[in-house]
Design a protein around this ligand. Structure first.
Ligand code: ZN
Length: 191
């Protein structure tokens, strides 16, 4: 009981927006706070998130806002909170506008450093759509979504991190929460 309360308190702090801003400033020398993001319609996909400034590989796009949430989900419950992404086992960020509009990509151009810091995986041009690999922040083996990302690498399905190919993993590595890196490495050693 006390361990669970302490663990929650730790992850409230560790996953908080304030912590992420400090982490990002010291790790990258910038929080990307002035980066201009905007939401626009995308063919066949509803809305997507775009940057109106070019971003160099390895630079911060932004620190995602939204509260920390807790919970483990199985079966149909995996679909209860589509705007949550994982940062640890049973610890999530309920991401808010405008970052909630970011689409999944099987060939992502954005990854997550630590908990909330979205970083360019390659040089990104102004007015390019941003996409990250949803699988790099989910460990629920019952969770699956059809993918319509239209890239040549598209697997047609998005699932938990344990389900992706090494090629997919390497595209985002090391920019995904550490817990998911360790989980993937453990799962791939078993296979
Ligand atoms: Zn895809």
């Amino acid at each position: 009981m006390i361990i669970s309360i302490l663990r929650k308190a730790y992850y409230y702090l560790r996953g908080s927006y304030a912590y992420a801003l400090i982490y990002t400033y010291f790790r990258f020398g910038s929080t990307g706070a002035k980066r201009n993001l905007y939401v626009q319609e995308v063919d066949h996909k509803g809305e997507g998130l775009f940057t109106n400034k070019a971003v160099k590989q390895g630079k911060v796009i932004c620190v995602a806002n939204g509260p920390v949430r807790f919970g483990h989900f199985e079966g149909d419950d995996c679909y209860l909170f589509p705007n949550w992404y994982g940062i640890e086992s049973g610890v999530w960020v309920e991401v808010e506008h405008p970052f909630v509009k970011i689409n999944h990509g099987c060939t992502p151009n954005v990854g997550i450093s630590d908990t909330r810091t979205f970083v360019a995986l390659r040089d990104i041009e102004a007015d390019e759509e941003l996409a990250y690999d949803y699988s790099t922040s989910d460990d629920e083996i019952d969770w699956k979504m059809d993918c319509a990302c239209d890239c040549s690498n598209c697997s047609g399905e998005i699932g938990s991190v344990q389900s992706i190919s090494l090629e997919r993993f390497d595209m985002s590595y090391p920019h995904m929460p550490k817990y998911f890196i360790k989980l993937y490495q453990k799962a791939s050693q078993r296979n």
